[in-house]
Design a protein around this ligand. Sequence first.
Ligand code: FPP
Length: 258
Amino acid sequence: MGEPLNPQREQLKRELFAEVEGKQIPSHIAIIMDGNGRWAKQHGLTRIRGHQMGARRVKGVVRFADKLGVRHITLYAFSVENWARPSFEVSALMRLIRTYIVKERSDLHAEGVRFRIIGRVNELAPEIIEEARISTELMKCNQGLSLNLCINYGGRAEIVDAVRALVAKGLKSDQITEEAIACNLYAPDLPDPDLIVRTSGEMRISNFLLWQCAYSELYVTEVLWPDFDDVELLLAVKAFQGRERRFGKTSEQMESKR
Ligand code: FPP
């Protein structure tokens, strides 16, 4: 569970919940969980401690997203570029990810969550592949929220891998369509994110879901990931509800469809 909120924050949560309830909840929220390092620095702690505190936030956010009616949540936990970090930080992140998968397995299953890893999975350590396989298998028939952890993930790598798969299947150039590429992404059944949240204020997409983000709404908050609580998720959803999604069309066209 996330940390308990103080009474004022709890009150704000209730108010925001009442505001967003009954309006359109984004079906798929994807999150760039940034700012663990800065959070640690602000608190005079090590970067590893920052990641540990970031990992502690994951459970609360997943559970609250589920409660809100979100159907899919995708978390950017480790990018293909993150291997270039100091080796002790890479090892610590991998340990945290493995611990999360093992420790949360039974609770996630009990809550009806479906779980999978998205990315170049076969390049991960065998123990992570195995633990993820066990979780995915265990939860595959669940009907609740789908939780997608992006590990060793890169948006460009994903597109390259999709095109390679099409070439391997012997497709001709006129058969390489948007649909064909979309069907060969890592999680072809996963709808594109409606909302992409990035914490810690950076206005970048950082190689996250490059194909899928074409019409996603972007929401950036200054809040650092270890401080991202239920109220912050509600604020992101509220911002989403204030957007007009036009998918390249005009406002008038969208109005006439309603
Ligand atoms: C970015 O913060 C965060 C990461 C590279 C890793 C995200 C990982 C977690 C939240 C913990 C593990 C995840 C799970 C699912 C258990 P940063 O280090 O780039 O922060 P900075 O920009 O402030 O230095």
